[in-house]
Design a protein around this ligand. Structure first.
Ligand code: SF4
Ligand code: MG
Length: 338
């Protein structure tokens, strides 16, 4: 295929004293070059663990276990390459950024030096070339006076600027894929919007593919080409962003959409939070994992895992028994249709 990333049946668990936590339970999706995927769900649904298992950032044996699956990146299975090769992929080809920029930034080194080292380490650039790229990337990341900022340490940057520096550090190596894990969650609304715009600009400029992880569907509305809604370690609904917003199909997606906080206030509390809590992933239910919280749950839901049913829109599917041809139809609370 043409896919840059082809994740197939990815299944990852953590081994603990209390038993095995089945964090990622058969996740599959593909990402084309230059396209973006929003991976959306509540905290604990497995979205960060999914991203980290793609680039092998989770603790591995004996604590973390890949049970099944493949992660084909340009056709090469990342689960099969050596640790050393994987380090190189993480340094050059797939970069991940986090909510807390200090996860990526080194407090003991100037911003300029870290960016230059990142470029030089596995590439064929000289320090002089790397310095020029670093300055250009800082400017591109919207950091004023890059020459001065180049010589400063991370603690000399404000929160929003530190976020930009982290993005510059990631983009300076021109990665093929950028994974952003809740990059704007800790920021206030205005800066959040600026950083999202920056990520969007950067994607165009570099033609980078993006996986954007968030609990807030609103965040990916303008960035993601496709959206995967995750729950209890599985993708519940997948489709083009416009189809997910126009015809959301899964009751969990309905809940997530109804809990989006209003745009125009600084109060980002959910409007209608989804009541209850997700299932215990030590022993995930055999049926639909959302059944205990779903207002539409039927008897079958607690017994059998629903198959994926096609929805309005190309490539749009949803795992829910409501779409069984013989099921009673529910009224979609978002579109008002039956
Ligand atoms: Fe609700 Fe059943 Fe659909 Fe699960 S399968 S979301 S419990 S209706
Ligand atoms: Mg997370």
């Amino acid at each position: 295929t043409n896919a840059l990333l082809d994740v197939r049946d990815l299944t990852f668990s953590f081994r603990t004293y209390a038993g095995e936590v089945q964090a990622v339970r058969g996740v599959s999706f593909t990402l084309e070059k230059g396209r973006s995927l929003g991976l959306v769900g509540e905290s604990g649904c497995g979205k960060s663990v999914t991203a980290k298992s793609i680039i092998r950032l989770n603790p591995e044996k004996p604590k973390g276990l890949y049970k099944k699956g493949e992660v084909l990146f340009n056709g090469r299975d990342l689960l099969k390459i050596s640790d050393r090769e994987m380090q190189k992929v993480r340094a050059q080809e797939i970069r991940m950024i986090f909510q807390d920029p200090m996860t990526s930034l080194n407090p003991t080194m100037t911003i300029g030096k870290q960016i230059v080292e990142g470029i030089v380490k596995y590439g064929d650039k000289t320090k002089e070339e790397a310095k020029k790229i670093a300055l250009d990337t800082l400017a591109l990341a919207g950091i004023p006076s890059p020459e001065d900022r180049f010589k400063q340490y991370p603690h000399e940057f404000s929160g929003g600027m530190r976020q930009r520096a982290m993005i510059a550090l990631a983009m300076a190596v021109n990665p093929k894929l950028l994974i952003a894990d809740e990059p704007t969650t800790a920021l206030d609304v205005t800066i959040q919007a600026q950083i999202l715009d920056l990520i969007k600009d950067i994607q165009k400029q570099y033609d980078t593919s993006i996986i954007m992880i968030t609990h807030d569907l609103g965040v990916v509305a303008n960035i993601a080409d496709n959206i995967a809604v995750m729950y209890a370690g599985k993708i519940m609904e997948y489709g083009a962003a416009e189809d997910i917003f126009a015809h959301p199909s899964h009751p969990y997606t309905w809940g997530v959409l109804q809990s989006i906080p209003p745009e125009d206030t600084s109060n980002r509390e959910p409007l209608h939070p989804i009541l209850g809590s997700p299932p215990d992933l030590f022993k995930p239910p055999a049926g639909c994992p959302f059944a205990a919280r779903c207002p539409y749950a039927m008897k079958a839901c607690t017994q059998l895992y629903p198959r994926a049913y096609e929805q309005t829109g190309e490539g749009h599917w949803c795992s829910c028994w409501l779409y069984h041809p013989k099921a009673l139809s529910a009224v979609n609370p978002i579109t008002g249709q039956g």
